[in-house]
Every structure is written in structure tokens, then in C-alpha cells.
Design a binder for this molecule. Structure first.
Ligand SMILES: Nc1ncnc2c1ncn2[C@@H]1O[C@H](COP(=O)(O)OP(=O)(O)OP(=O)(O)O)[C@@H](O)[C@H]1O
Length: 258
């Protein structure tokens, strides 16, 4: 297996509580890997450690073959890993196109993150950036709203725009948190289709935390199941759904209802 993310024996405690317990798992390059499990299983804590938001107490996190344990999000970004749907909010008084142009492709991670947090420093005159933004808008099939103020876009369109930012900076590994939250069913299909196209046509790897089991089933293979801070299963969603022990022990009901 060609693991782009390799989590090795990682633990994290909060006071007396062990949120992640000697957990090992990996994400194969080119996959869309899902991470599911009951509330409190440790998914967010694990994600936070992979993304550089929390430093593990012990264990190692490898990215692209290098030990990145303890590196900060912007340092990981420089290496091609980006977490989305949490870091960036659209600038509502700028158009969809301008929002993408706020993300110049050739800037190092630190200053790039600054442009997201501090509007005003824009490479808006750069023809290459503009062309790239237009290409991304086309790819995401958002051309009809490119001159619309981002604040007027629907929740799903805003999420597409965030996905678009990822494409502006050529991150090749994207961590997605709760993509489905607050998005209506129709737009969710668009979002899922775009994630699939970024994966198959552009070679992006995705690591996805999601509570919507239908979306996980559609997008992710493999699916990793966590419970009580540990990985307890991994496989295609059909296998996970068909495993009565996992379903009973960790979901307490059929997975469809989880
Ligand atoms: N900053 C923190 N301080 C103290 N305890 C924490 C902190 N973050 C998480 N925990 C605890 O660690 C455990 C794992 O939480 P985590 O959020 O990682 O689980 P999760 O699988 O993402 O759950 P959910 O699906 O509900 O988001 C929980 O018991 C939680 O209360």
C-alpha cells in the first residue's frame, strides 16, 4: 500500500480521558477514505492530530513518507495537505470568482493562510490567477454564479467554493470535515460528484469525517471505523454495514440509522 498518511500508534489524553488510544491507520494515496464511529470515538481528535491542530502525546504521524508529528497546519499545507470546511469562510461581499482569486497559487502556506484570514491582500491583478479561478469555477460548474456575491450563494455553493480554494492551491491531500452538514440533498449530490471528479480526474486524495452514512457509502472506499479511541474495522462500506458485530456494538442499530 502506498500510504500518503500513516498514523502509527498515536495517543491523545485530555486529563484522565484517553480520546485516542494507540491508534494506527493509514490513508492510501489516491483514495477517498472515510472515518466513522459513534460520538466520542475520537475521530475529531485523530483528525486534529493529522491536520496539525493538536500534538499527539505519543506515536508518529507520517505524511508523504516524512515524519510530520507536531508540525503546524501551515507547514503541512506547504507539503500539500489541506483541511477544508473549517478553516475558511467566504468573503461575503466579494464575488465567487474574487473569492477564488484571493488564493494565489504560488504563495507559501503561511502567507496563503494569512490571505484567507485577512482580506485585502489579493493577487487580483494577476491574469494567471484569474484564469485559474475561471478554470476552477468551470470545473465545479459554478460559472453561472461566478459574479454573484459569495454571501448570496446557497450553503452548498459556498462549500463548493471552499472546495475550489483547495484546487487553487494544488493541495493534493484534502481532509474534509462534515461536508454534508447544512447542505440540501440536491447540492450534496453536486458536492459529492465534484469530490469524485477531483479524485478520479485530478488525483486528489481525500480523508473524510462524515456522519451522513449515505454520503460515506457513495464516496468512500475504504471506510475506517473508530470506537473508544481505536480503529476497530476497515473495509468497503458494504462490508461495514454487513458486519453485525460492528453494527450492534458500536452503532446500536442498523448503520442506515446511525
Ligand atoms: N479539548 C478537549 N478537552 C477535553 N476532552 C476532549 C477534548 N476534545 C475531545 N475530548 C473528548 O475526547 C473524546 C473523543 O472526542 P472526539 O471529539 O475526538 O470524538 P468524535 O469521534 O469526533 O465525536 P463526534 O462524532 O461526537 O464529533 C470525547 O470523550 C471528548 O469529550
Amino acid at each position: 500500500m502506498d500510504a500518503v498518511i500513516d498514523v502509527r500508534g498515536v495517543s491523545k489524553r485530555f486529563g484522565g480521558l484517553t480520546a485516542v488510544n494507540n491508534c494506527s491507520l493509514s490513508v492510501e494515496r489516491g483514495s477517498i477514505t472515510g472515518l466513522i464511529g459513534p460520538n466520542g470515538a475520537g475521530k475529531s481528535t485523530l483528525f486534529n492530530m493529522v491536520a496539525g491542530n493538536i500534538v499527539p502525546d505519543s506515536g508518529t504521524i507520517m505524511f508523504d513518507g516524512a515524519d510530520v508529528t507536531g508540525l503546524k497546519p501551515h507547514e503541512l499545507f506547504r507539503r500539500g495537505m489541506l483541511r477544508t470546511f473549517q478553516i475558511a469562510h467566504e468573503f461575503s461581499n466579494m464575488t465567487a470568482l474574487e473569492n477564488l482569486m484571493m488564493v494565489p497559487g504560488d504563495q507559501p502556506g503561511e502567507s496563503l493562510l494569512n490571505t484567507w484570514f485577512r482580506p485585502g491582500r489579493v493577487a487580483a491583478n494577476d491574469a494567471a490567477v484569474r484564469q485559474k479561478a475561471l478554470d476552477v469555477i468551470d470545473f465545479l460548474k459554478l460559472a453561472h454564479v461566478k459574479n454573484e456575491l459569495a454571501g448570496n450563494l446557497s450553503g452548498g455553493q459556498k462549500k463548493l467554493l471552499e472546495l475550489g480554494r483547495t484546487m487553487m492551491v494544488d493541495a493534493h491531500v484534502v481532509l474534509l470535515d462534515e461536508v454534508a452538514a447544512g447542505v440540501n440533498k440536491t447540492l450534496l449530490q453536486d458536492l459529492a460528484a465534484n469530490i469524485e471528479r477531483m479524485n478520479t480526474e485530478l488525483g486528489y486524495t481525500f480523508f473524510v469525517i462524515e456522519h451522513d452514512m449515505d454520503l460515506i457509502g457513495r464516496l468512500c472506499d475504504p471506510v475506517i471505523v473508530m470506537a473508544q479511541g481505536e480503529k476497530i474495522a476497515e473495509g468497503p462500506m458494504e462490508e461495514i454495514r454487513a458486519n453485525p458485530e460492528i453494527v450492534e456494538a458500536y452503532f446500536g442499530s442498523p448503520v442506515e440509522a446511525a
